[in-house]
Structure formats: structure tokens, C-alpha cells
Ligand binder design. Structure first.
Ligand code: HEM
Length: 163
């Protein structure tokens, strides 16, 4: 648990993180800025190409996911059904560089929006967890494929409920 700007509640407790970010509309804005960064940062060019040219649906999905993931309303599953983040991404080419590029876009977006240092540090630490699980899942799947074995390993799952 980390300190939050509300002295009574640590980030991660109930919807403290969701509230500290400013609620659903603020999270949507964060995701818009996140994708603006992905659109322009040279480090993110590779992962930008994995996304559709029109980012409207991508923005809607990530904003809804992060709403639930930060302890707020579970807007992703409401509209799109359940999701397991590592499994969803397992077909994508995600190694350390792609993981770090994704987190860099988030770091820059949080910075541009002027969130307090402790909230930014907390979120980046927490987001590293599913990002790393994606990388591990992709690597395991590649290894299994190379060995000619069955895929479908269950390594780590991150759902809208996890944070
Ligand atoms: C590790 C680096 C990551 C890369 C390279 C990556 C890349 C992608 C790509 C290419 C898509 C498909 C976009 C589309 O077709 O609309 C996607 C979708 C998505 N990503 Fe990631 N992602 C990463 C990490 C994460 C993390 C850490 C989270 C959650 C905390 C996340 C949440 C989502 C969600 C909710 C969707 C939409 C799923 C859907 O289509 O229903 N991603 N991501």
C-alpha cells in the first residue's frame, strides 16, 4: 500500500486510486494522452503499429479497463465481457522494449496531466505487473511453440478486478 493524497486511504484500497485519478472522465483523458504519446514517441513506433490506425475503440477499451482496474466501475466487462490481459496480448510481439515503451507512454501521460509524484510512482509500479506478465506469457508461448508443444499455458492473469 502507498500513501495517497487522502490521508485516510492508501492507493489500492477500495476506489482510492480511481478517485485520486479524478474518476471516469479523467481516466479517459489520461488514456487519450497516453495514445497521443504512443502516436508521437519514436520509442513507441513499434507498438503503435500493432494498433489500428483509428484509435477510438482502443481508447474506449483501455479507459474502461483502467476504470475497473483502479477500483472504480467495471466498465470494460460491462461492455465487452471478461478479459485476461496476458492471454489477450499473447499473440503480440511483446518483449522488454515493447513493455517499456508502453510504460513510457503512460509515464509521460501521467506527467503531462500533472498528477502528484506518489500517485505516478504507484501507478507505474502497479502497471509494470500486468505489462511484465504479458512479456512473460509471450516468451513462454514462443518457447512452447519452438519446442513443438501445446500452447495455452496459464502463467499470470490480470483482470479488471486485479490491481
Ligand atoms: C506490455 C505492453 C503492451 C502492448 C505492446 C500492448 C498492445 C496492445 C494492442 C496492440 C492492443 C490491440 C489494440 C486494438 O486492436 O484495438 C491492445 C489492447 C488492449 N490492451 Fe494492451 N498492450 C500492452 C500492455 C497493456 C497493459 C499493461 C494493459 C492493462 C493494464 C493493457 C490493456 C489493454 C486492453 C484493455 C486492450 C483492449 C482489449 C480488447 O480489444 O478488448 N495493455 N494492447
Amino acid at each position: 500500500m502507498s500513501e495517497s493524497t487522502d490521508p485516510d486511504r492508501a492507493y489500492g484500497e477500495g476506489d482510492a486510486t480511481h478517485q485520486a485519478l479524478g474518476g471516469v472522465d479523467a481516466i479517459r483523458r489520461l488514456v487519450e494522452v497516453f495514445y497521443e504519446e504512443m502516436d508521437t514517441l519514436p520509442e513507441a513506433a513499434t507498438i503503435r503499429r500493432l494498433h489500428p490506425s483509428d484509435l477510438e475503440v482502443s481508447i474506449d477499451k483501455l479507459a474502461r479497463f483502467l476504470s475497473g482496474w483502479t477500483g472504480g466501475p467495471k466498465l470494460y466487462s460491462e461492455k465487452y465481457g471478461p478479459i485476461k490481459i496476458p492471454v489477450f496480448h499473447q499473440h503480440l510481439p511483446v518483449g522488454e522494449a515493447e513493455r517499456d515503451a508502453w510504460l513510457l507512454c503512460m509515464e509521460r501521460a501521467l506527467g503531462r496531466l500533472g498528477y502528484p509524484d506518489d500517485l505516478r510512482a504507484y501507478l507505474l509500479r502497479e502497471l509494470f505487473v500486468p505489462a511484465e506478465r504479458i512479456r512473460v506469457r509471450v516468451a513462454e508461448r514462443e518457447r512452447t511453440k519452438a519446442a513443438g508443444g501445446a500452447s495455452g499455458l496459464t502463467i499470470g492473469t490480470a483482470t479488471e478486478q486485479d490491481r
